[in-house]
Design a binder for this molecule. Structure first.
Ligand code: PLP
Length: 439
């Protein structure tokens, strides 16, 4: 399959050369040389030279129902042929239908959605919404959290590597991230640490803000941080704290949403907490550019003034989103994520017994990670070994991702429809790569 705009097949080397010449050099890639991809089908992708890879990272947890999913393709092409663009100035049934689908699965009273084009934009919308609803401007986020690439999103992101500028937006403060593997309070971390993490959140509010925060924003599983899973009880108590000070709870489900964590549609449902505002993107539309910010009637009505989006709610993106959601529902994605996540987790834990450098294996559902360390006692991050594992996995024909403050956490997050056989194949390939890296 060749792009119609290209008259000839283009090699990996030519594409990489073009990338170096014409695109921004700061764009991260995962290997010594970027991997170029030209075709996809389900959990498989191919490079221009015809080499096939089993994709366990899904374009950063985004092709939730698989590459080139036929149902999504058909819905997208059909809508493109009928009406490709209107803007939010006009009504369109797909726009309403997509919002209805979010309202059907979102927790509690969340039923009004604003669609944009990326996770970053959806975060911007959520934080502006929280400020408008409360009449306040200070925001608390978590250290090592990631929320996107704009001025506001990099300000709530607490990860120096992802911040090209000093915190560009004022009034953002960061509490300790509830990372059980690297707990700042106790080794090994135990149940008493939950209260200490929540106390830290409160201390940040009373010591570094004017005591009147607009919102606390957090990911339910901290994706870029390396799938850090906050402990049970954390969100319940954190919600009490932020609400006690009159602020809203904003939950970022950009990575964790749509069944990815298993069992429920959203990560926050594992904690029995209803957010005031929730943000979604990535797997929402299988790669079509959709970000969504959902809130309650009451909060939505507090956004007064003019508001549009040229591309947000675009009929073609909405058609892709509706078809993706139908696929996720019809295949019971939360259930499959639980089952395939458990299959993967068991295999990773078995590998961990043979490789002490696999310091921590953690995650939920189809968000599973390996933190790579020099030894399990010092827990010193091992970047060299991580780089070797990335190259070895590429050689074995399996795609995995990276994260963590030091870039030493391997992240796995395939399509939510991955089958048992495909997962077994992925485990085998990853196992071979892990063995290559040594004991
Ligand atoms: C948790 C989280 N929030 C927000 C974003 C930003 O999304 P986007 O890259 O679509 O702007 C990301 C992207 O990785 C993310 O992981």
């Amino acid at each position: 399959m060749t792009s119609p705009s290209l008259a000839r097949d283009v090699t990996s080397a030519e594409t990489i050369h073009g990338r170096h010449e014409f695109l921004l050099p700061g764009m991260l890639h995962l290997y010594k040389e970027p991997l170029v991809l030209v075709e996809g089908d389900g959990v498989r992708v191919k490079d221009p030279e015809g080499r096939e890879y089993l994709d366990l990272f899904a374009g950063i947890l985004t092709t939730s129902v698989g590459h080139c999913n036929p149902r999504v393709e058909e819905a997208t092409i059909a809508q493109m042929r009928k009406l490709g663009h209107v803007s939010t100035l006009y009504g369109h049934e797909m726009h309403v239908e997509a919002a209805r689908k979010i309202a059907d699965i979102a927790p509690g009273a969340l039923r009004r959605t604003f669609f944009s084009n990326s996770g970053t934009e959806a975060i911007e919308t959520a934080l502006m919404m929280a400020c408008l609803a409360t009449g306040r401007t200070e925001i608390i986020a978590l250290r090592v959290g990631y929320h996107g690439r704009s001025f506001m999103a990099t300000s709530v992101t607490a990860h120096s590597g992802w911040r090209p500028l000093a915190t560009p937006v004022a009034g953002i403060k960061h509490a300790k991230s509830p990372n059980l593997y690297r707990c700042p309070f106790k080794t090994p971390c135990d149940d008493t640490c939950v209260d200490k993490f929540v106390d830290d959140l409160e201390e940040v509010i009373v010591t570094t803000t004017n005591g009147r925060p607009a919102a606390f924003i957090a990911e339910t599983v901290m994706g870029v941080a390396g799938y850090v899973v906050p402990p049970p009880g954390y969100f319940e108590k954190a919600a009490e704290v932020i609400r006690h000070y009159g602020g809203l709870l904003v939950i970022d489900e950009v990575q964790a949403g749509f069944g990815r964590c298993g069992e429920h549609w959203f990560g926050i449902q594992h904690h029995g907490v209803e957010p005031d505002i929730m943000v979604m993107a990535k797997g929402i539309a299988n790669g079509a550019p959709v970000g969504a910010t959902v809130t309650t009637d009451e909060i939505a009505h507090r956004w007064q003034g003019k508001h549009i989006s040229t591309f947000g709610g675009n009929p073609v993106s909405m058609a892709a989103m509706c078809a993706t959601q139908d696929e996720l529902r019809d295949h019971d994605a939360p259930h499959n994520a639980s089952a395939r996540g458990a299959q993967l987790r068991t295999a990773l834990e078995e590998m961990q017994t043979r490789h002490p450098w696999m310091g921590d294996v953690r995650g939920m559902g189809l968000m599973q990670a390996i933190e790579i360390v020099k030894d399990p006692v010092s827990k010193e991050p091992d970047l060299d070994r991580t780089k070797k594992l990335m190259e070895a996995s590429r050689e074995e024909g399996v795609l995995i991702g990276l994260g963590g403050l030091h870039g030493t956490v391997v992240r796995i997050g395939p399509s939510l429809l991955i089958t048992e056989e495909e997962m077994a194949e992925g485990i085998e390939k990853l196992g071979r790569a892990i063995d290559k890296v040594g004991a």
